[in-house]
Design a protein around this ligand. Sequence first.
Ligand code: ADP
Ligand code: MG
Length: 384
Amino acid sequence: MNAGVRKWIRVLGIMSGTSMDGVDYALCAIREGEVRLLDLWHAEFPAGLRRRLHAAARSELRTYPLAQLHHDLGRFYARHARGGGRKTRPHWIGVHGQTVYHQPDGRHPATWQMGEPAYLAEALRAPVVSNFRVADLAAGGQGAPLATLFHRVVFAAPGQHRAVNNLGGISNVTSMDWRKGREPRVLAFDTGPANVLIDMAARHYSRGRMDMDRDGAWASRGRAAEWLLERWLRHPYFRRPPPKSTGRELFGEPFWTRAHAEAQAARLGAADLLATLTALTARSIALNYRWHLRQIPDEVILTGGGAENPVLREEIRRALAIFRPDVRVRTGTQMGWPSSSIEPAAFALLAWRRMMGLPGNLPATTGARRAVLLGQVSECSGRA
Ligand SMILES: Nc1ncnc2c1ncn2[C@@H]1O[C@H](COP(=O)(O)OP(=O)(O)O)[C@@H](O)[C@H]1O
Ligand SMILES: [Mg+2]
């Protein structure tokens, strides 16, 4: 193996997820089997850019505005990559890009992450790895989830069954079941919605003034409608066995439009609908574990923006406790990895692996035929 893997290397990971709230940057130091977080910052999308990204994800943009958006987003990533003018520059960069389409199944499998990486390479004069998902798709996989290896390096604990559940727009779990032997059994897949529907409801009922149900304040004033939950939990995606991944195509606008109409027909108020959608996220996570994991894990570590929502956290704990009363639920933050650091750090690790010539996917979790190099490299000439 490459001797360079023992040397610490600074890698900047950049992630903007399905919530479309903004961009998370994590500067990491990485060497074989170890990742340390050096610095973390966030750049919120300006309203105009966010609106255009939502429009792209709804397939409402034509070719020219789409091309402009791809480059504007690339420039936005680059503009904020210096994180307040710090001196520690990254050697390498990994940028996930903004998913505007992800449908790995069916007759026209495709996934598309926007944001031209050439601007980052030019601004930081360092190699940029991007477009991580396509090689896995080409190898017959879902192109997701890809944070799995990072979860394993940072959170797997010998002898324990731990799960890391990221609560972004979509919810994804990495289950690391370490019973006996030298390796944990790893399973990873998207469970369905995390915040995407909650955000849409908050936006709708606040007439666009709020982008989220901050701290679950709204949901805490309502009561979940059990009969609606029962109906929504029958969505076939939840039962479908992994490998599986999903996005706004299933649980964004189409689901929200239907759910909202059903809630209105039943005269459900805003608070009750928010409570019902929060419970939907929690219960669908618990049901996915029940159906697709060997058992409910000993410990579940919540990460991503949804881990900041105490009502959602408590709902998840309650939903899991129905199946396993002694389940422990913690947050990434409690373990030294702030909720917004994990996804960008995961792509820093994937960039490191690409530059080291190491594969980045776990075929058993994505469904790919084989382990492959993930990401394409934008080189630049001359270090600034
Ligand atoms: N204090 C909070 N209270 C409730 N929800 C929150 C809070 N902070 C973040 N969130 C939720 O987390 C989402 C962003 O999470 P993030 O992990 O960045 O997702 P993504 O990777 O999809 O961008 C927001 O859209 C919001 O729904
Ligand atoms: Mg985000």
